[in-house]
Design a protein around this ligand. Structure first.
Ligand code: DCP
Ligand code: MG
Length: 422
């Protein structure tokens, strides 16, 4: 829920009761290649997607940190990478010092390595949220304490390195977004702990791009407003940000202050499915609200059906100015899959707000069941991470992934999308 203006930066919105560990492997595909070709250790190494040995087609999937020194970056064309870092003639008697190794992507192998890492992570925490092939959040609240959190982080890092042979960067913090920033802060081979109460302070000097949800377009606009750092963003007038960016402005402001009340939810079955949508201006006309609710109800029903989900609870959300989030829900005697009923109940529930000015409406189904067991198989180490569907709630249009972090990259394209939980 959005925090009030009176909240001290970061303090009340953190969850000091929660210890989150974020793990992100260093130059993961390159690290995997080095497992089977140890002679590549310490060398500039580029792993190319759609790359064939000896060719100059494809794009860089990742580059070792040695290759990054030459300006080679993920997603760069291989031809461009070759301009910056020529391919080493591996048969030459006298190898060129300023050339590098190139290897094609072998996803099956990387997935087998990722599975070994994943097994260790599950051993180190009860709740693990896998967000991509090389990245996961762990809730380690019950496994450690703040006094010894650094040691715990080191233990996880050491186990991965010793048992699998690849290096992870680890961040420990009271929130998911801070843990992610922490793991990235001292890459490669990083271990950074941000303690409760220190998140806003830690964020302050970081550039705005580091704030969860700020893409290049938003960053440019923020710079035009004189906002360069997360600290500038945290100190900005939230109303001005809302005028400029809609609801997202408020969310970015909250994130810059370190506010993040999300919990680590396991990969796999979502707890709820929701869709929400903001009006350009607050709307009073009940018919316009109903129209929006009908569309959202249909979208949620379709979504639930595609996931094989039955639901027992149907809810709506109405955000009234300035930022009051009102939710209403109704539970049914048993689990159902009935699009008409979602619409009917959602319309009944939203009627309570007929006379209110409403900035945003949402529809949600919860108390989910997956009778076919389909979902459990879908939730994997890779991109299909629906565990916390709330993050996807703001994006009415389907995007390629519901992973909170990756989806945030798309924010610049999604206009008035919302990162808020519902
Ligand atoms: N990847 C890809 N294409 C991209 C980005 C990443 O194929 N545009 C693949 C290759 C990476 C892996 O995903 O090895 C993990 O992505 P990361 O963003 O975590 O990048 P790395 O692990 O390679 O490097 P870092 O040390 O910065 O985490
Ligand atoms: Mg990585």
């Amino acid at each position: 829920m959005p925090s009030g203006d009176a909240t001290l930066p970061g303090v009340d919105d953190e969850r000091p009761d929660q210890i989150v560990l974020h793990v992100d492997m260093d130059c993961f595909y390159a690290a995997c290649e080095r497992l089977r070709e140890p002679q590549l250790r310490g060398e500039p190494l580029v792993v190319g997607m759609g790359y064939e040995p000896g060719d100059d087609i494809g794009a860089v999937a990742t580059a070792s940190y040695e290759a990054r020194e030459y300006g080679v970056e993920s997603a760069m064309a291989i031809s461009e990478a070759l301009d910056r870092l020529p391919r080493l003639d591996e048969d030459a008697a006298d190898p060129d010092e300023s050339a590098g190794y190139y290897r094609p992507v072998d996803l099956d192998f990387y997935q087998s390595v990722a599975a070994e890492v994943k097994a260790i992570l599950h051993d180190c925490a009860d709740t693990v949220r896998e967000v991509s092939i090389d990245e996961a959040y762990l809730d380690v609240t019950d496994r450690t304490g703040w006094e010894v959190a650094e040691g715990f982080g080191r233990h996880v890092k050491n186990r991965i390195e010793r048992e699998v042979g690849v290096v992870a960067s680890v961040g420990v913090a009271p929130t998911l977004s801070a843990a992610k920033v922490a793991s990235d802060y001292d890459k490669p081979d990083g271990l950074v702990v941000i303690e409760p109460g220190e998140v806003a302070e830690f964020f302050a000097p970081l550039s705005v791009e580091e704030v969860h949800g700020v893409g290049p377009v938003t960053a440019r606009t923020l710079r035009e407003l004189g906002i360069e750092t997360a600290g500038d963003l945290a100190a900005a007038d939230p109303h001005e940000l809302v005028d400029r960016f809609g609801d997202r402005g408020r969310e970015l402001y909250d994130r810059a202050r370190g506010a993040d009340t999300r919990e680590v939810t396991p990969t796999g079955d979502p707890k709820s499915l929701s869709r929400e949508s903001a009006f350009a201006d607050a709307v009073e006309d009940p018919e316009r609200k109903r129209e929006q609710v009908r569309a959202l109800a249909e979208a949620v029903a379709t979504r639930a059906q595609s996931k094989g989900a039955l639901y027992r609870t149907i809810g709506v959300k109405a955000v009234t100015p300035p930022y009051d989030v009102n939710t209403r829900e109704r539970s049914l005697p048993g689990p159902i899959d009935d699009a008409d009923l979602i619409e009917e109940i959602a319309l009944e529930l939203i009627a309570e707000f007929d006379d209110d000015r409403v900035r945003k409406v949402g529809v949600r189904v919860s108390n989910l069941e997956f009778p076919s067991g389909e979902q459990a198989r879908l939730g994997g180490w890779d991109q299909d991470t629906e565990g916390d569907d709330s993050e996807a709630a703001g994006r009415q249009a389907e995007s390629t992934t519901d992973d909170p972090d990756r989806s945030a990259l798309a924010d610049d394209r999604s206009g008035q999308s919302s990162l808020t939980d519902f």
